[in-house]
Design a protein around this ligand. Structure first.
Ligand SMILES: [Zn+2]
Length: 340
């Protein structure tokens, strides 16, 4: 009997990572290509297809792929398109699902954004197994989120729901955000937000800090982390500032959907208590009374390199299921016969 597999694809600004995943959520094999090598989207899909075929052949998985799931920035679950993704080179509207499916001989494809894919991965294989209500927050270059209510990812009426990174947390004099507005959570609590805070603190304040030995223009969140771990007071304050803003925002998110847990994912989430302590404190201090102590603050249980592919692969099974369902519905059932 041939084992069924799905393909999970994670399209990032730099790399596109793909993996063959079995029914138990084990990544059998994976590989990657450079996302921006081709500015023509058809060329990109052709290279992706070629690379995947090579991987399938090497792993005796040819003709065993049941579905393909793709996580991509601004990926739309309903239309299968990528719309206006600032870090991708293929123009404002890309027909991702349709073109990938065609390249792979009609295998069903489902698309969502990267944070929703991470939430699916966590729900299927990680810290949110068995949970029906949780919020995934991804802390990377930006702040992304996937909201799960009653076991379902919330897509909204247009497929773009769950942009909690762009909830405005500072109404006046807020920092400019990549979305064109100002004061968004992302401008403060992403890795780049932490670096911006470092620059602000170093310019506005006078106390000594090992961060002052670095070039202020190129400081990263990792530099701040290293300094804080080395006992630097100012660096620790930067994490306090970041965690407090995030915790306050999470208290509001809890009021929205009463999740069992908020799961943090991404590079910054690995900062440990430096970040988690102020988040937890601000969450406890600001959450509505009826929710006090209820929503757990958890870290992702998936290896960062695997999570995106696993999440996308979970969507691959969904694509297969969707296609199976669609093929079972007799076309004429709802169509009354029209007589001229
Ligand atoms: Zn924004």
């Amino acid at each position: 009997m041939s084992k069924p597999y799905v393909l999970g694809i994670d399209i990032g600004g730099t790399n596109t990572v793909f993996g063959i995943v079995n029914a138990r959520g084990h990544i059998v094999a994976s590989d990657s290509i450079k996302t921006k090598k081709h500015t023509n989207f058809d060329d990109y899909v052709a290279e992706l297809h070629e690379s995947v075929e090579r991987l399938l052949e090497a792993n005796d998985a040819k003709d065993k792929i049941q579905g393909i799931g793709i996580g991509a920035p601004n990926g739309n679950y309903y239309t299968g398109e990528i719309l206006n993704a600032p870090n991708l080179p293929w123009g404002p509207r890309v027909q991702l699902a349709e073109k990938v499916s065609r390249a792979f001989g009609g295998i069903p494809v489902a698309v969502t954004n990267d944070a929703n894919a991470a939430a699916l991965g966590e729900m299927t294989y990680g810290a949110a197994r068995g949970m029906k209500d949780f919020i995934m927050i991804t802390l990377g270059t930006g702040v992304g989120s996937g909201i799960v209510i009653n076991g379902q990812i919330v897509y909204g009426h247009d497929g773009f729901a769950g942009e909690l990174g762009h909830v405005i947390v500072k109404r006046s004099n807020g920092r400019m955000c990549g979305c064109g507005r100002s004061g968004c959570l992302e401008a403060y609590c992403s890795a780049t937000g932490v670096a911006r805070t470092a620059r602000e603190f170093l310019e506005l304040r006078t106390e000594p800090s090992t961060l002052r030995n670095l070039n202020i223009d190129t400081i990263t969140s990792k530099d701040v982390y290293d300094a804080a771990m080395g006992g630097d007071k100012l660096a620790k304050e930067i994490f306090n500032f970041t965690g407090t803003i995030l915790g306050e925002a999470l208290a509001d998110f809890v009021a929205f959907s009463s999740p069992q847990a908020i799961i943090l994912f991404g590079g910054l989430a690995k900062s440990g208590d430096l970040l988690l302590k102020p988040i937890q404190e601000a969450l406890d201090k600001n959450v509505l009374n009826i929710f006090k102590g209820k929503a757990k603050l958890l870290l992702s249980e998936l290896k960062e390199s695997d999570a995106a592919v696993l999440g996308a692969s979970a969507l691959g099974w969904e694509a297969k299921y969707r296609a199976d369902m669609a093929s079972q519905i007799p076309m004429s059932v709802d169509t009354p016969e029209v007589k001229e």
